[in-house]
Design a protein around this ligand. Sequence first.
Ligand code: PMP
Length: 411
Amino acid sequence: MLNWEGLLASRAARMKTSEIRELLKLLERPDIISFAGGIPDPALFPAEKVSDAYAKILTGPAATAGLQYSVSEGYRPLREWLVGEMGKIGVPCTVDNILIVSGSQQGLDYLGKIFLSPGDTALVTWPTYLGALQAFNAYEPAYDRLTPMGNRAPESYRVQAEAAAEGGQVKFAYVTADFSNPTGDTLSGPARNQLLDLAEALDIAIIEDAAYQALRYDGESVPPILALDVARHGGDIEKTRTVYSGSFSKTLAPGLRIGYLVAAQPLIRKLVLVKQAADLHSSTLNQMAIAEVVPDIFEAQVARIRETYRQRRDLLLAALSRSMPEGVSWTRPEGGMFVWVTLPEGMDGARLLARSLETEKVAFVPGQAFHADGSGANTLRLSFSCASPAMIEEGMARLGRLIREALADGA
Ligand code: PMP
């Protein structure tokens, strides 16, 4: 048999199946109440509208265009609509500042590809989005901890010195500013400004992952980092250092695989070349279908999603309060899909999950995999996006019991 491992590039060494992902496959069993997924509720997909849009495109004069190759930058009417949306959140831009990608996950891969040489440093929070670590890992970076509230001068000095010790330079800070995956946390306005200060001191880019930004359930909305960056430069996006990564996955449907990057033109032009080499362009038909439906349904669709998830979040938080033993704490997200639970020091989320599969049959994602340094063993992620009221009530009662039993056993 061919020794495949011996033939693979060094970057492949960082591509590993995580034990957690393998374990999560077991959680699809019907006897398990799962809070492990982090996917949108399919009942909220605008299936009929999307179906009408496809029918209209494929039976009308645009049929040929919809089935044909198209430009790497993305379908222009969709980018034009996005220009309007970005304007609403304080980011004046033009279509030339936008690249359509096949899901924001692809955008993260492209960003890793153009920024990271092996040994360069990416700043990420502990914990951070696992998919971002997977995307960046292929480009063999080192990671350093992003502490946005950190004091600017000593922090930038430390980070720079450590990156040089790794044999590279700091290239970007990656952050989900709103309702992050996995914690549900949102960066405050001052924290966003401090992050911009740090990025300016280090002269690096910021990647702002806005996958959940539209899903706010309460509290004051905070301007995107890119909007604050633009405001620092007299409204000129060309002078900014922030790349905004947006997605239709949480608002319309993830199966469409359409996301977008918004940034200064020199970076977008370079990313267009990356896209040409990678897949030429994102699905023409899906971009056209989205451009067809968004003017009519986007606002109402987002309002419906917010209403549904807000109720689920509230139910989950209330059930946690009722069911969790002393010593367990959790986040209170203002939006998104996740609540992050911290167990008493010394408890292990992965061991707890293994135990749960035998006894209580409630599922969650152990938090360690979200930490670039392997810390966070006593944390776990709960997703409420697909949970019914009955599931939430019963699931949290089981989780509380599971944790109590594990605590009693000294596990
Ligand atoms: N960023 C974050 C924070 C996410 O949680 C996800 C999906 N789980 C993505 C990016 C990727 O989403 P998509 O490729 O569907 O746009």
